[in-house]
Design a protein around this ligand. Sequence first.
Ligand code: DGJ
Length: 711
Amino acid sequence: MAIYFDERRKTFYLESRDLSYVFRINEHGFLQHLYYGRRIPREDVGFSVALPDRGHGCCLPGSDRRQSMDEYRNECPIFGRSDFRESMVDFTFPNGVVGDFVYDGHKLYDVKPELKGLPSVRGGETLEVRLKDMAHGAVIGLYYTVFEDLPAVLRHAEIENASGEPMKLCRAYSFAVDFPGKRYDAVTLPGAHMRERQTERTRLGHGTFIAGSKRGVSSSQMNPFLAIADYAATETQGEVYGFNLIYSGDFAFRAEVGQCEYLRVIGGLNDYGMDKTLAPGETFVTPEAVMVYSDEGFGKMSRAFHDLYRDYLINPLWAKKPRPVVINNWEATYFDFDNDKLKAIIDSVEGTGIDTFVLDDGWFGARNHDRAGLGDWVVNEKKLRGGLKTVIDYAHSKGLKFGLWFEPEMVNADSDLYRAHPDWIIRAEGVEPCPGRDQYVLDLSRPEVRDFVVEAVSRVLRENAIDYVKWDMNRALSEIRWHHDYVLGLYEVFERIIGAFPNVIFEGCASGGCRFDAAILRWFPQIWTSDNSDAYARTAIQYGTSLCYPLSAMSCHVSVCPNHQTGRNTPFASRAAIAHLGATGYELNPNNLTAAEKAEIKSQVDEYKAMEGLVLGGDLYRLHNPVEENLFAEMLVAKDKSEAVLTAMRPLSVANGESVILYPEGLDENADYEVLPQKIVRKGATLMRAGLVAYFPFGDFGTVTYRFRKA
Ligand code: DGJ
């Protein structure tokens, strides 16, 4: 039993092997948070509640003057009842805006009930605590899920308008956690298109720190991930609390240090554009929030996220299955291709181990550039003589699987679809809609638009032997503020299409990594990490992404140099080494490589295949952060510690520089490991403490890779 209720103390204990999360029903019926951290015995922790005398604040009616909600750590803070910090839920009824939400019962589930209309982590013992609004009759169900083997708590809320009047929701976050003390940093993953998920650490002071998105997508500007870390926490030491939202739309995290010198963190749907009125009897479900606790720094936090997502979130059909090693034609041809060009690319990878050819943007409608054609999902036979079938058959005849690009959520003004249904896009009355990459967003909150998208994509998948789909999305949502209905519509579309084609692997993409989130991972086992395929730029992007998401979720390709996004030259071997830290592939025309590079592809794919199991299921240890040092290093270790691989890049070459010594982590101290390429055998303890001298190749952006195998 991971969830235990102590009837006498009115206290809930949520436990996993390494974690306790404790709260109680206090004397007023409110839920009062008591503890979240490393596992402790099931004892009374009420003694840890501090109540400094602040008699000049507000207190609850009939209570001791010191009993202000402003002093408490609250499980579900609501504005207006003496707690003046950030609230988790706000609402308005025609006759009032506040209410006392007090305990009204609880329920235990062996397995978490699914969240209606929203993706979530599978399984887990679950507690539902019901709070009832004494003034209006609204009900909040707080849900908590725990797993025996993982230091994680899942939370979401369901708000039911059990009154007879309309209830306007002003805020509906998924969780609130109050931390005793204020010595915390916030670690976030901000960025931009082609510069996604850069790690940033900010000291939290008094007032509210906000990180979020208002773009209708989880966004490259800020990922729905937040870590709250002790000032002293490092990669390997100290307390870190990770938060991630299983949601692809507008989100916000708010972290407030208040007068009690406590930190409150709330997170969920961004209330900025909240526009939801619940009719009597209607229920609103918030996205699921994942909370992970680590007492050993960021590394342990990330490994817990990775395990949780690989074991309980990503489609089990694909989660740990070898992924296609693709050759994608986008950077090779952009829109300028025909049958012959594609055949030449297909021919060029024969015998390399690349097993899937992916035809990117430009195969349909009048899509000869990015200003036309989106929405017309019919092959452009002027470009591809004989239709898709000729390319697909040719790829299959060469032993390759076939993948196809779509951007189903969008339409160009210059398209048959837009000419027929100009009213299907997201727009506001009386204003001309803002184009983004010359395209508009189809309004997926409308059932007829969803039906069109489902049928348009499904028809192509039914009529053709397609093994792989790259699902792109290349703009933010403008004109309207409330994007949640669009996101719900999108999830329905995913379910209907992807659910109907379980043997097709779907890769997520949104201008690269502009929608890289855990909700997408529910259906798409991998996501194109960034449109930036420069190996050096990728070290920082992949490092940041790995804080929360497993390497198997990151699609990473080798491309040509000078790199198309940065103009930088990096060694071919380095590009492969960095692309091997994810679901690898190629994004180039091998016919444009030097003979030596072309010949290298086969050995690169062989090397990847040899470490693929580690990418799919290993434990990640980040050794060096390229944002902080002239060094990047990551290590992957098998769960049974039988093998490992360590990859490092020294971005800038240093003349007469210091020796770089890399200290492996995660090995079995007592086991003998053979180390390649050194061909030495040493104990894990020796390797981890004495380290390995890294002999980087001469020049900038050189990489080294070491392999460890139990002797
Ligand atoms: C953006 C994607 O990230 C690219 O990989 C490519 O598919 C283009 N869109 C195609 O338009």
